[in-house]
Write a new protein. Structure first.
Lengths: 629, 223
């Protein structure tokens, strides 16, 4: 038995770590100290250090410029790929050399470094669980991730001090989790719609072999896009309905980062509620008034329809590549949080004409599958084997910017391809090669992966050297290149310049940096959380005063303002207990204000949500207070 | 390294039992897949990676009857790589006149707008070519393949040549059909149809040059 390997789902929205329990043989998710299974994939950069997960999520609306979410969408990508999307991110993204960089918390970091922070938190979670160091992990990626995106994920592992022993495709990982007990033999389709990416994989399951027949997808389509269309629709609605107030106060909501974050979170929450309810009310406090909106299932479905429709094309292509019709699919499995949306289920059911499986929690199934794969690699499971494919064709640029394919998409991996090349000029000692990935005929329409230089070729007349170049895609779906000049038997050296990746030297430096910018220690983290809590209360009280202030007596108002000032002062210090006490004081001082808000809300003068927020902002309020309304 | 037929313990025949091939593929995968060699030495891991890649490539080449023929031709010609394929797309002699007409119509269509009548003609021609291509494929995987399997050693070159010519015809038809589809703006699924014949290109100065001129094999496994 080798050392322990954990399975990690590094998601757009949430990340998880899981392992296979030796006694039961079943994969289980490792919770944190407070029993939480999902770690929000959010990293907050504060002057005091870095916070990750729930703590970072809580500061999303308050520190939008320094809180990074959905970084997976940026992994292995360049400025050109992202420029249409970047304006929706409240944090600053810079065009780097190939890879983009984020300017947050007064420094520049790359997407793999941010992902590494999430990975390290999961690593620590697992270490706390087992009481031993964890150094190896299987990490999942969307099946449709290209080579750069996979490499970026591996780099993130290295920066986090984890040896990523295998990159596994998310839909196939899910099939392993299901395959353990729930699937019989046959052909299955895995429909995986997550926070930021969509994948579909068709597999044949037979005698413990999970053979992927075809895969397709869209690495830029997921729940984030659902939130965005709803958010933009709401923004328009707010502007249309409240333009008088907004114009009067010269407010441009679209430019207000904090507001846009709150709107995004409110839209996400409404979307989630509408998966189980037919209608929901969205309430959003704004300066001087409250925005109310009843949203119906039908309304959101009208907004989501075009996005859901975009998933069907890849499904049909995967079927065509597998040489199958929908009727030949025996079972359909739903994976990813976005498959909770009823419209998604409906469309999938229509396409395959069968009721999809969703018994396993769609948020957890990928991590569970990663744990199964980890156990296979550790030698703990011997009867299951996953045969995956490379999602995109791999080729080389030839004359006229045309791609010559060496390895077609949906080729089972590991795989290799060999080609012979020669020189075109007498005495040429260096040959340039440009490797691209994608399905289009022209190089410019495909993904540039890397440029290689074959050096050290003996000077010979043009056309004489016979250089054998071997492309090898390993079991992670990552390309390796070898070259050899056959006449002399000399291995030509290869210099790889990844187009959208980090060099080994970059990664080394980031590993070093990651120690310098270590995550805030426990004390600091608690301090940051306490401050965050204080900030939340301060924000809410500030709003409540603006809205309901005139309804209070002058004396009460003064008491509250004094409590506010006291908390503000404490907040600047490092005394956690003092901050907590002042927060409690302020909560007490505003009890009556909360009631006033509540009454006003009941009379319809103010938003119910506002009053509600006052209540919930009373951190750890006694249970009775929750029942007061 | 062993050739793809040898990988599966097969003779160089084109009639292959698909179910048996799959069974053997799964067995070999269990033997060589890197998943089962994680604890091995670096050397043994590298070997497993090579073997497993070879098994996968072999299965891909043999499971599809057309890809199988292409591989056989390459193998018999003694080429381990795909380069320098002699399988230049070639117009079937019987169709030359018709092809000339289609090419002309294609040129016109590319130059200007396509009226309804022209569109209908091209569309009908494409359907006819599609049918002919299917016919050619049936010929290749049927009688021509059987002829190879049955041929005495002296008759093999002729059997191979017949296969080669039929494949060249198919490659040509495929290219024209793709062109027609493009012109008819039905390129939507062309992009995913697995056709690579139309994008093979000769290498040239500035770019690495492929040995043997005309780059690339023709017609990827058509699935």
């Amino acid at each position: 038995m080798m050392s322990r390997i954990v399975g990690i789902d590094l998601g757009t929205t949430n990340s998880l770590v899981a392992y296979v329990d030796e006694r039961t043989g079943l994969p289980v998710v490792i919770p944190d100290g407070e029993g939480r299974r999902l770690l929000p994939s959010i990293v907050g950069f504060t002057p005091d250090g870095i916070v990750v997960g729930e703590a970072a999520r809580r500061q999303l609306a308050r520190r939008p410029a320094d809180t990074v979410y959905s970084v997976k969408r940026l992994m292995g990508r360049g400025w050109e790929d992202l420029k249409d999307e970047l304006r929706y991110f409240p944090f600053k993204v810079l065009a780097g050399e190939g890879v983009v960089k984020l300017a947050v918390g007064g420094r520049e970091v790359t997407p793999p470094e941010v992902s590494a922070i999430v990975l390290r938190a999961l690593k620590e979670r697992a270490e706390a669980h087992f009481g031993e160091p964890i150094e190896q992990a299987v990490v999942t990626v969307p099946a449709y991730f290209n080579d750069s995106q996979r490499q970026a994920t591996k780099d993130a592992g290295r920066i986090a001090g984890l040896d990523v022993v295998r990159i596994v495709n998310e839909p196939t990982a899910a099939s392993l989790a299901y395959g353990l007990h729930r699937l019989g033999q046959g052909v299955i389709a895995v429909y995986d719609l997550g926070g930021g990416t969509f994948d579909v994989s068709i597999l044949r399951v037979k005698d413990g072999i999970f053979e992927v027949l075809a895969t397709n997808g869209d690495t830029h389509l997921g729940g984030d896009d659902f939130d965005r269309v709803l958010m933009l629709w709401l923004l328009e609605d707010i502007q249309a309905r409240h333009h008088a107030q907004l114009d009067r106060d010269c407010i441009d909501l679209a430019r207000d980062n904090e507001f846009m974050q709150e709107l995004r979170l409110a839209a996400e929450a409404a979307k989630i509620r509408l998966s189980t309810e037919e209608r929901t009310t969205l309430t959003l406090p704004l300066a001087g008034f409250t925005y109310h909106r009843v949203i119906t299932r039908a309304e959101i479905e009208r907004l989501l329809e075009p996005l859901v429709a975009r998933t069907l094309g890849p499904c049909r292509k995967a079927l065509a590549d597998a040489g199958l019709t929908p009727a030949e699919i025996d079972q359909v499995v739903l994976v990813g949080g976005s498959t909770r949306v009823p419209l998604v289920r409906k469309r999938v059911q229509e396409l395959f004409a069968k009721t999809p499986h969703s018994q396993l929690n769609p948020d957890e199934v990928v991590a569970l599958g990663a744990a199964v794969q980890a156990q296979i690699l550790a030698g703990g499971i011997k009867d299951m084997l996953l045969l995956d494919v490379t999602p995109l064709s791999l080729g080389i640029e030839t004359l006229g910017g045309i791609v010559s394919v060496l390895i077609p998409r949906n080729t089972t991996i590991p795989t290799s391809a060999r080609e012979m090349y020669t020189t075109s000029v007498d005495g040429q000692t260096v040959v340039d090669m440009h490797v691209v990935q994608g399905e289009r005929e022209l190089v410019k329409d495909n993904r540039s992966l890397a440029r290689f230089e074959l050096r050290g070729i003996d000077p010979m007349p043009a056309g004489m050297p016979k250089i054998e170049v071997t492309f090898l895609i390993d079991a992670n779906g990552i390309l390796q290149v070898q070259a050899r000049e056959q006449r002399t038997g000399k291995a030509a050296s290869i210099e790889v310049k990844p187009t959208y990746g980090l060099t080994d030297a970059d990664v080394e430096r980031m590993v070093e940096d990651s120690f310098t910018y270590a995550e805030a220690d426990v004390e600091t983290r608690l301090l940051i959380e306490t401050r965050n809590e204080a900030d939340t209360v301060l924000t809410h009280v500030g709003r409540a005063l603006r809205q309901a202030g005139p309804l209070l007596e002058a004396g009460e108002r003064q008491t509250i303002e004094r409590a506010v000032a006291a908390l503000r002062e404490a907040r600047e210090g490092k005394d956690r207990d003092a901050i907590r006490e002042r927060t409690t004081d302020l909560n007490h001082a505003t009890e009556h204000l909360a009631e006033v808000m509540m009454d006003a809300a009941l009379k319809g003068a103010l938003g119910t949500r506002r009053a509600n927020e006052i209540m919930t902002s009373k951190a750890e309020a006694p249970p009775s207070s929750g029942d007061r309304r | 390294m062993s050739d793809f037929f040898e990988v599966f313990g097969l003779r160089r025949t084109l009639a292959i039992d698909g179910a048996a091939l799959q069974r053997r593929f799964y067995e070999l995968s269990r033997q060589w897949h890197p998943d089962f060699h994680q604890a091995a030495s670096a050397e043994a891991q590298a070997r497993a990676l090579q073997e497993s890649a070879h098994v996968n490539a072999a299965y891909r080449a043999l499971r599809d009857p057309l890809a199988r023929v292409e591989y056989l031709i390459r193998l018999e010609a003694g080429r381990a790589t795909k380069e320098g394929a002699t399988l230049k797309p070639k117009a079937p002699p019987a169709l030359l006149a018709e092809m000339f007409e289609i090419q002309e119509a294609l040129e016109e269509a590319k130059a200007g707008a396509l009226d309804e009548a022209a569109r209908a003609t091209l569309s009908a021609q494409r359907d006819a070519l599609q049918a002919r291509m299917s016919e050619t494929e049936v010929q290749i995987t049927g009688p021509l393949s059987q002829a190879w399997d049955a041929a005495a050693p002296t008759a093999r070159p002729a059997a191979l040549k017949a296969l080669e010519e039929a494949l060249a015809t198919r490659a040509y038809l495929r290219t024209v059909i793709d062109d027609l589809a493009n012109v008819l703006e039905e390129a939507g699924d062309n992009e995913t149809s697995g056709s690579e014949s139309s994008r093979d290109a000769t290498a040239s100065p500035g770019r690495p040059e492929r040995v043997g001129g005309m780059g690339g094999h023709i017609g990827a496994p058509h699935q």
